[in-house]
Design a protein around this ligand. Structure first.
Ligand SMILES: [Ca+2]
Length: 314
């Protein structure tokens, strides 16, 4: 999610960090992630097993996961399966604003259930054509942007998101990460990791990108791209992954490696990807990502998220 320049401070709903812990249980080797304020609640699990099209066998139930590391030594440390009936504000906060994301985007981001819903195991971020009047400015579309800042962030790990988009000129779904603390300076000096971006005009191609370098307009980026043939990313769910290790970031689609970046790809700029980063999910509209092209007649577009799963090596 390219930011040409730092965004004005957003109006945020909710605040406060949570201390996350991991609880192990005996029934299926699973665990739960809970905040410390709810330790008295049950940690029971459902034993229902199912297999999704990606081959991942999950135990149904919020925050229940296998406890054994995979072949690469990764264990799940955080997840949202979106099994509830509303967004879990212990995990996410809304970014409510109409500042255009630093890219002259057209949408106004709300915390309305019209724009953000959780139902049938899916999180849906919905772009809606509707006039929004905020502080005298009329926006043509509302949408949603959420982030885990202050709630969950990670230094290194494997990040898996199963998602589906709907296409349309100007539609800009993004799954990405920003530094929890900008210890090297404001954007892009402390880096940005984009797990997924798609131009809705070209829904067969995705991009995974690093932003780095010096303050705008001397910011830099490097990306990898992956294209489907005979179909596009609006036709079905896919698993988008990033594996982030010291001085190494790799991007995958459905388990297929399509891009690898190391300090050698930063054209002499320092590698700043060694601090905690948090997750952002949003559905933008218009803006510089596709040369300000946008079909203003689009009445609705969606970013569907089945799950977000985070793994780290013990
Ligand atoms: Ca789900």
């Amino acid at each position: 999610m390219k930011l040409k320049m730092p965004s004005p401070k957003s109006l945020l709903a909710g605040s406060g960090a949570l201390c996350m812990i991991v609880l192990f249980n005996n029934c299926s080797g699973g665990y739960q992630t809970q905040d410390t304020s709810s330790l008295s609640s049950s940690n029971s699990t459902s034993e229902t097993q199912c297999t999704d099209p990606t081959g991942f066998k999950e135990t149904k139930g919020q925050n229940v996961a296998p406890s054994k590391p995979d072949a690469d030594g990764y264990m799940m440390v955080w997840r949202d399966e979106f099994d509830g009936s509303e967004l879990n504000l212990k995990y996410w906060e809304y970014e409510i604003d109409g500042d255009g994301g630093g890219n002259n985007e057209l949408q106004y981001y709300t915390d309305s259930p019209k724009n953000t819903s959780v139902k049938n195991g899916l999180l849906t971020l919905k772009l809606i054509k509707e006039d929004v009047n905020r502080f005298g400015k009329i926006y043509s579309h509302s949408s949603s942007r959420i982030r885990s800042k202050g709630r969950a962030s990670w230094r290194y790990g494997k990040f898996e998101i199963r998602a589906k988009i709907s296409k349309g000129v100007g539609v800009w779904p993004a799954i990405w990460m920003l530094p929890e603390s900008e210890v090297y300076g404001s954007w892009p000096l402390s880096g940005e990791i984009d797990i997924l971006e798609i131009r809705g005009r070209e829904p067969q191609t995705l991009m995974g990108t690093l932003h780095f370098g010096q303050p705008w307009p001397n910011n830099q980026w490097t990306d990898g791209r992956y294209s489907l043939s005979g179909t596009d990313f609006s036709e079905g769910f896919h698993v988008f992954s990033v594996v982030w290790e010291p001085e190494l970031i790799k991007w995958y689609v459905d388990g297929v490696l399509y891009s690898t970046k190391t300090p050698a790809d930063l054209r002499g700029q320092p590698w700043r990807f060694d601090q905690n980063f948090y997750l952002i999910l949003n559905l933008a509209f218009g803006g510089g990502f596709d040369n300000n092209q946008a079909d203003l007649a689009i009445t609705e577009s969606n970013l569907y998220i089945d799950y977000v799963r985070v793994y780290q090596k013990k």
